[in-house]
Design a protein around this ligand. Structure first.
Ligand SMILES: [Zn+2]
Length: 203
């Protein structure tokens, strides 16, 4: 457990030193170019560190994280990330990654929470309402929670696919595929939810 902020700065110096020792031009190479193939849209949860769980180095993954990996159709933050990633960086894949045990998803299964979080979670409540029949017959609270985590990923893949940026990229035949994954905190493994979409409409 890190107790003081000065510890973080000391850790940073050790991290930078270790990289320089392993590869003397590591940082100069990184500074020169940013050309990641992937955009990761994931949850802000501290237990789901994007680069680390897919074994990618700095420079290899463009990352956007927020509570419960939601892609609001009018969120200028997330939409700008997608725009920059697709139009400028020309990423080939966008990965929407949820995780089991997501606190944001759990909140959306309960009574309204305080603002602004309640507004943020609105799309999740829509997903929950859309699948109310299925969720109602899901046997346990835990299973319901897990299922909504999966349904949320699928809904956000659809949301990414519908953005003007992605639609325009597909219209000009730019290679771009959207994937829906989920991460399990218990074993550190990712699972592909099989909701991949690309510009050809292939599933
Ligand atoms: Zn989460």
């Amino acid at each position: 457990m890190v107790e003081q902020l000065s510890d973080l700065l000391a850790r940073n110096r050790r991290w930078a030193d270790a990289h320089r020792r392993a590869e003397p031009d590591f940082f100069s190479k990184l500074t020169a170019i940013q050309q990641p193939d992937y955009l990761w849209i994931g949850c802000a949860d501290s237990r789901v560190p994007a680069n680390e769980i897919v074994g990618l180095q700095p420079g290899e993954l463009f990352v956007h994280r927020n509570v419960a990996n939601i892609v609001h159709p009018y969120d200028p933050n997330c939409l700008s990330v997608i725009q920059y990633a697709v139009d400028t960086l020309k990423v080939k894949h966008i990965i929407v990654c949820g995780h089991y045990g997501c606190g944001g998803v759990l909140a959306a299964l309960g009574p309204p929470v305080e603002q602004p979080l309640e507004s943020w979670l609105a799309p999740l409540r829509v997903v929950s309402a859309t699948h109310a029949d299925e969720l109602a017959v899901t046997r346990t609270d835990d299973a319901r929670w897990r299922r909504l985590c999966e349904l949320n990923v699928k809904a956000q893949v659809a949301s990414v696919s519908a953005t003007p940026t992605v639609q325009a990229a597909w219209a000009r035949h730019q290679p771009l595929t959207i994937h829906g994954w989920i991460y399990d905190l218990h074993d550190g493994l990712l699972q592909d939810l099989g909701v991949t979409v690309d510009g050809q409409g292939r599933g």
